[in-house]
Design a protein around this ligand. Structure first.
Ligand SMILES: Nc1ncnc2c1ncn2[C@@H]1O[C@H](COP(=O)(O)OP(=O)(O)OP(=O)(O)O)[C@@H](O)[C@H]1O
Ligand SMILES: [Mg+2]
Length: 266
């Protein structure tokens, strides 16, 4: 793994959505691999407790999860699993293991995050759909809430409610969107515009734009093959879009107090 470090602080992203199945996990693993290819030490925390998917998407057998650590089956140092390009920590891959108070899990996840910040530039937290405790934990710890948006009324209304809730606690919370499963750059633009119009109308807020991922058989095939786009489709156009997303994330990490533009074209 490359060891270039030219961002000042470890940068944490929470990848969130309202509705499930919109592409959070595929976006997380492919963006993480791209950041790693660009020279940044990158870790993924799979915070989809009980139903983690990142290990499957990366075709990795991860021996220990955060819940196995809490249950005394391993130590903290055993949790980071080195994949070919990224480090992966799985929160919980077996719902039966999660049989304690949520506070204990949050505390353990905090310790894991702190541990990873020592030797990573980026930490991507893949969250479950919705506004549950792990999503709110991840958003609270992240420097950027990264919304995976798709062009469906239910997806937009669900993420609107999550954003509204977060803004009610922290009106300045930084969110930025990735439009997934877009038919074209223009349709990604109109999806984001629609979402930002609603946010603006009701809350005087807009989310920044990190990029879009086309609806593509390359993505579907990579999932089926339990592979990533860099490995299974290195010449795919989709990778250019993921590179654009990674570059925007790096830009924001280097200048975290600037506004992310809401325009789409690049
Ligand atoms: N850009 C895309 N093009 C085509 N198919 C896609 C794309 N992004 C995601 N998919 C498909 O959508 C499915 C769901 O993706 P994924 O598991 O990443 O969603 P998720 O938001 O993490 O779901 P959950 O809410 O269950 O965690 C995948 O099986 C994948 O094949
Ligand atoms: Mg997922």
């Amino acid at each position: 793994m490359l060891k270039k470090k030219n961002i000042e602080e470890p940068f944490i992203l929470a990848v969130v959505s309202g509705k499930g199945g919109v592409g959070k996990s595929t976006t997380s693993v492919n963006t993480a691999e791209m950041l790693s290819k660009m020279g940044y030490r990158t870790a993924i925390i799979d915070a989809d407790i009980g139903l983690s998917n990142c290990a499957t998407l990366l075709n990795e057998a991860v021996p220990y999860s955060v819940t196995s650590w809490i249950n005394g089956d391993c130590s903290l140092e055993d949790l980071p699993h080195e994949c070919e390009n990224v480090t992966l920590v799985t929160g919980c891959d077996d719902p039966a293991q999660y049989n304690f108070q949520p506070e204990l899990l949050m505390d353990a996840m905090d310790q894991v995050t702190l541990h990873l910040t020592k030797n990573h530039d980026f930490i991507i937290i893949d969250t479950p759909a919705g506004a549950g405790e792990m999503t709110l934990w991840a958003l609270d710890r992240a420097q950027l809430g990264t919304i995976v948006l798709v062009d469906e009324p239910t997806a937009i209304s669900d993420i609107y409610r999550l954003c509204k809730y977060v803004y009610s606690i922290d009106p300045g919370y930084p969110f930025a969107s990735i439009v997934n499963q877009a038919e074209s750059e223009d349709s990604a633009e109109s999806t984001l515009k629609r979402f930002n119009t609603i946010l603006n109308y009701f809350m005087r807020k807009e989310t920044g734009y990190l990029g879009f991922i086309p609806a593509s058989s390359s993505v579907r095939d990579a999932v089926q093959m339990q592979s990533t786009l860099l490995k299974s489709a290195p010449d795919s156009d989709v990778l250019n879009e993921i590179r654009f997303i990674a570059q925007n994330i790096i830009g924001f990490a280097n200048t975290p107090n600037t506004e992310i533009p809401t325009t789409v074209h690049h």
